[in-house]
Design a protein around this ligand. Structure first.
Ligand SMILES: [Zn+2]
Length: 343
């Protein structure tokens, strides 16, 4: 139960979407997405859902159809396969309307959440609050967002993203949502790579659209002390507010989860280094424009602590970021490089 509580996601109140957002290319602007998990099977995740219409707020056919529309939007990316379960299928996602305390998440009615998505794991769920007013359109836009969580995406900072938290929820997937999905499931080497992709140990594992050269830098560093390095990507442009995201990998070099995004971690113009001390303490070191040096110590989960001045002889000067490390713990150092846009 605790694992479910930790991994489930609740989402805030929304109004019905009134207009379709325009999907604009990002150019040099980084895609804004976050990852909360990944289905472990190779290829696109195949999730079979069943809709329980017992407390459904509209006709069973209309409710089912609204969910199917949301599933179809994700399926259209070619990177997900969400289908209503047939009698033969093993159900993976239970969808339905519930009231108050269901024992699997914070009770409806105690927060502004209108729906809850379960963990990225078998026997997960999508629950709508039965005490809210629903119509086909709000079921669709909410399901679109919640299915994104079930596919492994977390909240985006972008107000136009389906995975964002704006009051008006978009009705179509945006480049931010697609980039997130591509980063999770698109890295099979068969798609054209872009300069904003990071290739990890070759073209097989890719983080897509996370590192445009004009606005980001990256490094490889073991933030949580488990001897497997994480890939760290941070914004270097003023608009990015020094936001840092850490991508954690499992054996097999699969993206398992991210930490962050952590805004304000790296001051604009700062030179960045990463240091592990003899005592095993791990630091992010910022050499600021004004000559100041600030440290943030990573905790055992890889979260960066508050900034502070270093205590001599805490760290040696001139620390540098590495661009290679063992991200999957197999004893082999992976190179991490930006894609040159090749096939
Ligand atoms: Zn959400």
């Amino acid at each position: 139960m605790a694992a479910v509580l930790l991994a489930a996601t609740s989402c805030g109140d929304t109004e019905n979407a009134t207009a379709a957002p325009t999907v604009t290319p990002l150019g040099d602007e980084p895609a804004d997405f976050a990852v909360r998990g990944r289905w472990p099977e190779p290829g696109r995740p195949q999730l079979r859902y069943r809709v329980d219409v017992a407390n459904a707020p509209c006709s069973p056919a209309d409710c089912q159809q609204a969910i199917e529309r949301a599933a179809a939007a994700w399926n259209a990316t070619g990177l997900a396969d969400l289908q209503a379960a047939s009698d033969r299928d093993q159900q993976v996602v239970a969808i339905g309307w519930f009231r108050g305390d269901r024992g699997v998440q914070r009770s409806f009615g105690t927060t502004s959440a209108i729906a809850h998505a379960g963990p990225v794991a078998r026997a997960t769920f999508l629950h709508f609050d039965a005490d809210r007013e629903w119509n086909a359109e709000s079921i669709y836009t909410t399901a679109l967002h919640e299915l994104g969580h079930l596919l492994g995406l977390d909240h985006s900072h972008s107000d136009v993203a389906v995975m964002g938290t704006a009051a008006v929820r978009p009705v179509r997937l945006t480049i931010h949502d697609l980039a997130g999905l591509h980063s999770l499931y698109g890295g099979d080497g068969s798609l054209t790579t872009a300069p904003s992709d990071l290739l990890i140990g070759g073209p097989v594992t890719q983080l897509r659209r996370v590192a445009p050269p004009a606005t980001t830098a990256f490094a490889v560093f073991d933030t949580d002390g488990d001897d497997d390095a994480e890939v760290l990507v941070w914004r270097t442009d003023p608009k990015g507010h020094g936001t840092l995201t850490a991508f954690h990998f499992t054996a097999g070099r699969r993206l398992s989860h991210t930490r962050g995004p952590f805004p304000g971690v790296i001051a604009a113009g700062a030179k960045v280094g990463f240091v592990t001390t003899d005592r095993g303490h791990r630091y992010l070191v910022c050499h600021c424009d004004n000559g100041r040096v600030l440290l943030r110590q990573f905790d055992e989960h890889g979260f960066p602590g508050n900034p502070r001045r270093p205590l001599a002889p805490e760290l040696a000067d001139g620390a540098t970021a590495s661009v290679a490390g063992d991200v999957d713990g197999d004893g082999v150092i992976e190179d991490v490089a930006r894609s040159a846009g090749r096939r």
